[in-house]
Every structure is written in structure tokens, then in C-alpha cells.
Design a protein around this ligand. Structure first.
Ligand code: CU
Length: 451
């Protein structure tokens, strides 16, 4: 057991700190565009999707922040609240923004029912500040406050999360982003700099607390602990240079795909990618425990999807257990079940799109599997899906949603006005006619024994 005297008396021990900065708290899950820094060195702030940046105070040249680890209620989308653990009123916690070279002091108060710690993923710092319970520090017990202090040595995108009962605490939503801005605000400057974390939860329809022992079978796939249609759009002005930083603290990889533009990966949590080593992409896989910063110029007006390309990750909780019924005539079963279960609806006979158009009776506090109403009908999405909205008249610094894009006349897919039933069908000349008899012998009948 390390005594307080020994702990504080080590070589180079910091002075005893007895005054804490105020702990700001956020009451809602909307995107809060950050103001320009009020003091300290200048930087171009990031915009945390459905999140906010933590205020700080300057104390004799040190930038001081106060994180409070605590149970929170997070709205995942209108209609569903989750009981999570997070920081300062929300999960994920607020984004911490500092400048390369800043001396930073973070107070961490633990209001959870169990011990925690904070690990500063990707940072160069003294080993004793790395936040690994048992290895680099004693646990922060409930009710206690620890102080972390180090110099932000490297510019880039980092994450913070507990290194104490991680399986539980990360499954409950404890995570946040840390941005260290370059000391030269002109270095790799962009017009809009968005960031969010990927997080996954397993919450039974009707429940509110995640099942923390789930290893793979999550049912809510989130950008910053929000699911479509609860995820804000990313409004851009036509011609803007845009960066999106995505960190992954789930248990699987997420191929993040963007429509309408190609991008380059310009950064990882290890640093900036040298320009000569970048290549164009429209999908980048963000592995577990990784961050990818992507950049593009918003040259194409419109509403462009930004989503995980794993199709189950753009679905919400309700309905994953529904059996596949494509091609099954359910009319007789419908009648029989209808007599037993009034209001029963058969689903999926012609695919699942119809599920997006009808309102199934849902237990309270869950979300339909595929939902969201667009300007041309149901979008039929959930989970890790949102839109980048590129507009000519979006004002610089304006992050309000501009509404739906109206394609100019002549630039939208349209219905064929002829007779679709009179389908002119012409087979390629070397294609065998339909029917089993035409199949080559080997595929029709397996060979008998021997050679
Ligand atoms: Cu995914």
C-alpha cells in the first residue's frame, strides 16, 4: 500500500492541488458548435457531432479541465433513452481541445458506483499519467478526484476512456475525444472539422440499460451514442475543405463510406499521414481502437449519405430476430395468427422495405429497425447513418441543418413512362436457355462412385 506521503513525495511530484475548475455539464444530445477559444493559444475548434467541447480555465499558464465520470441518461434518438455511464452529463463525454505544447491538467471526479480511471489513448505522456488502473495508478474510488497533468506533445486526434473494468465501463458508454490542435493554426487548416466516436450498445427493446456482457451481438450501432434518425447532419458550404475524424471504441471494425465525393485519409491516432502516402478512397475501414481523419472538398451539392457499410450497422434494435420470410405466402398463417394475436402483422414476404413503411407496435423505449422519413419517402435506415449536406448558400460557421436537398429539374432519377410489363428481353447468344435439362451433366447429377 502506497501511503499518501510516499505518493506525493516522489521525485518531481506536483504541488498539492486544492482548487478545482467548475465541472460543466450538458443537458441535451444536440450538436453544439464550439465558440472560438476565449483564452490560451488560438486554434480552429472541431465540431463534435451530437456533442460539445469541454470549457477550461487557465491557471498560471496551465489549461485546466474537469471531467466527472457519472451515470447519465442519453437520448439515442427521439423515442429512446438509454441509461449509460459517461462524463459531464452525456455519453460520450465532452471533447477536450488543446494546442500542441499546452500544459494540461485534468481533474477526474468519480461519481460512479465503482472505481475508474482515465486512459489518454494515443498520447505521449509520463507513464504515471497513462491511466491504467493497478499498473500506473491506484483506482479512482467512488467519490474521489484524481489529477492528471502532462504536456500535449503531439498534434492529432486522440480518445479517452477508462482502463478499469473496461468491458463494463465502455459497454456503458464511457469514452470521449481529445483533439490536440497544431501550434500553427494554418497547418492543415480546413473550413469544417467534424469528429465523432463509434460506439455499440446491446439494449433489449423496452429496456434502457445496456447488457454489458455482450461480446458481438450488439443491436444499437451509434455515431457518438446516437442512431439514425437521431444523428445530426454535417452541413457544409459548397467548396469547403472538410475533415471528419472518426474513432472506433466498439468491438468490431466499421467501414465508413461516403457518397458523392472521394476522400483521402490524412490522419490516424498515430499522427498525420504524409501527403505522398495518401490515396483516394470512398470507404475507409476504422478498426477497433483506431481513429481515421478523412478529408475532401465539398464540390457536389446535395444530401450525401455517410454511413457504416456493414448493412446490419445501419439498423436499429427492434426486429433483428424476425425470421426471413422472402417468398413465403403468409396469408393463411396471417389469418390463423390474427385470430390468436389481434393486430398481428406478417413481415418481409417481399423483402424488408415494407417494414420501413408501416408502423409496427413497439414496446416503449425502443426504435424501429429501419426508419426515418426523407423528402421522397421512408429512408429505411437506422444505426450508423447520417448525411453530409452540401449547399451553396450555407453560411461559413453555420451548422444548422439546411433541410432536404431539392435536385434541380432533370437531375433526379425518374419513373419510366412506357409499359414496364412489355419487357424487351434479349439473351446473350451463348447463354443456355432456362431449365434444368440444359445444365451440364456434372452439375445436374453428381458423379457416381470412383473415377
Ligand atoms: Cu459498422
Amino acid at each position: 500500500m502506497v501511503s499518501r506521503r510516499e505518493f506525493l513525495g516522489g521525485a518531481g511530484a506536483a504541488a498539492i492541488i486544492t482548487s478545482m475548475p467548475e465541472a460543466a455539464s450538458m443537458a441535451h444530445a444536440g450538436t453544439v458548435p464550439p465558440p472560438l477559444p476565449a483564452n490560451g493559444r488560438p486554434f480552429n475548434p472541431v465540431v463534435t457531432l451530437n456533442g460539445w467541447s469541454l470549457p477550461w480555465r487557465m491557471n498560471k499558464g496551465v489549461k485546466e479541465f474537469h471531467l466527472v465520470a457519472e451515470p447519465v441518461v442519453r437520448e439515442l434518438a427521439p423515442g429512446m433513452q438509454a441509461r449509460l455511464w459517461g462524463y459531464n452529463g452525456q455519453s460520450p463525454g465532452p471533447t477536450i481541445e488543446v494546442v500542441e505544447g499546452d500544459r494540461v491538467r485534468v481533474f477526474v471526479t468519480n461519481r460512479l458506483p465503482e472505481a475508474t480511471s482515465v486512459h489518454w489513448h494515443g498520447q505521449r505522456l509520463p507513464a504515471g499519467m497513462d491511466g491504467v488502473t493497478g499498473l500506473t495508478q491506484p483506482p479512482i474510488m467512488p467519490g474521489k478526484t484524481f489529477v492528471y497533468e502532462f504536456t500535449a506533445r503531439r498534434a492529432g486526434t486522440f480518445m479517452y476512456h477508462p482502463h478499469a473494468d473496461e468491458m463494463t465501463q465502455m459497454a456503458m458508454g464511457m469514452m470521449g475525444l481529445w483533439i490536440t490542435h497544431p501550434k500553427d493554426p494554418k497547418f492543415m487548416a480546413v473550413d469544417r472539422d467534424f469528429c465523432f466516436l463509434l460506439a455499440a450498445y446491446d439494449i433489449e427493446p423496452g429496456a434502457a440499460t445496456p447488457s454489458v456482457n455482450t461480446m458481438l451481438d450488439f443491436n444499437l450501432w451509434t455515431f457518438n451514442s446516437r442512431v439514425f434518425p437521431g444523428i445530426d447532419s454535417l452541413p457544409c458550404r459548397l467548396g469547403d475543405k472538410v475533415r471528419i475524424r472518426v474513432g472506433n471504441l466498439t468491438m468490431t471494425n466499421h467501414p465508413i463510406h461516403m457518397h458523392g465525393h472521394e476522400f483521402v485519409v490524412t490522419g490516424t491516432d498515430g499522427g498525420w499521414v504524409p501527403p505522398t502516402a495518401r490515396w483516394p478512397e470512398v470507404t475507409t475501414d476504422v478498426g477497433v481502437g483506431q481513429m481515421r481523419a478523412i478529408e475532401f472538398t465539398a464540390t457536389e451539392p446535395g444530401d450525401w449519405s455517410l454511413h457504416c457499410h456493414k448493412s446490419h450497422h445501419t439498423m436499429n434494435a427492434m426486429g433483428h430476430a424476425v425470421p426471413t420470410m422472402i417468398g413465403v405466402d403468409q396469408s393463411e398463417a396471417m389469418e390463423k395468427i390474427g385470430n390468436l394475436v389481434p393486430g398481428y402483422m406478417a413481415m418481409g414476404q417481399h423483402g424488408m422495405h415494407e417494414m420501413a413503411t408501416m408502423s409496427m407496435p413497439l414496446p416503449p423505449n425502443t426504435l424501429p429497425m429501419m426508419t426515418g422519413e426523407g423528402p421522397f419517402g421512408p429512408i429505411g435506415m437506422g444505426g450508423m447513418f447520417t448525411t453530409i449536406k452540401v449547399r451553396k448558400d450555407q453560411k461559413p460557421g453555420d451548422y444548422r441543418d439546411p433541410g432536404w436537398y431539392q435536385p434541380p429539374p432533370g437531375t433526379q432519377a425518374y419513373e419510366y413512362q412506357g409499359d414496364s410489363a412489355a419487357l424487351p428481353l434479349q439473351r446473350a447468344p451463348d447463354t443456355a436457355p432456362a431449365g434444368d435439362a440444359s445444365l451440364p451433366q456434372a452439375t445436374r447429377k453428381p458423379h457416381a462412385h470412383g473415377h
